[in-house]
Design a protein around this ligand. Structure first.
Ligand SMILES: [Zn+2]
Length: 193
């Protein structure tokens, strides 16, 4: 059993649990909305705020579950360059297959998009696959120009600092010769105590 699927089932992401044992074979549609509370459940999430609509076509077969996920909305995320928050549009999809099987596949049969769960499983929590789909769907480079409003530019103050740092590195060689500012010297004394 995939531990992620099980761990989340009893937690605060309970609304993402699908009890499929009672479902008939065929496709069942589910919808979810991801908001700030959702992202809080993932401590390493680069997204803290957002609103994303999720459509899940959940297909139940005899020994297989097929999840077709479609996500659309917007997330608030830091600009890679100036760290300013920006609202990024997201639209992504993913297909995940879950096999109900007593045995794990042999290493040569392992396929990326197939998860194996015990045949007697009755429920599945889809919060983690949804989160993964969203994160994988984010563009590699996220910058202010991509903001939904279309008018955001990188913070000029931050950009000046970044550019200043580059110049400072270039002139680093002469730094040792320059006398230490007396205020820094006083601070350094405090620190050394
Ligand atoms: Zn920026």
């Amino acid at each position: 059993m995939n531990p992620l699927l099980e761990e989340l089932a009893g937690g605060r992401l309970k609304e993402f649990t699908i009890i499929f044992s009672g479902l008939s074979e065929g496709i069942h549609d589910f919808t979810f909305t991801l908001e700030d509370d959702f992202f809080k459940e993932f401590p390493n999430s680069p997204i803290e705020k957002g609103k994303v609509d999720v459509e899940l076509a959940f297909e139940k077969k005899r020994r297989m579950l097929v999840l077709n996920l479609e996500l659309a909305g917007q997330v608030n995320i830091e600009c890679d360059r100036c760290l300013q928050p920006l609202n990024l549009p997201v639209a992504t999809q993913y297909k995940l297959m879950i096999k109900l099987s007593a045995s794990q596949p042999s290493p040569q049969d392992v396929k990326e998009d197939i998860i194996y769960i015990a045949p007697e499983s009755s429920h599945l929590n889809v919060a983690h696959p949804i989160y993964e789909t969203l994160i994988l769907g984010l563009p590699l480079s996220k910058t202010c120009e991509m903001d939904i409003g279309g008018e955001q530019a990188c913070d000029p103050k931050i950009m000046a600092i970044i550019e200043g740092e580059v110049q400072e590195e270039e002139t680093n060689k002469t730094e040792e010769e320059t006398p230490i500012d007396p205020r820094w010297a006083a601070l350094k004394k405090l620190k050394d105590k």
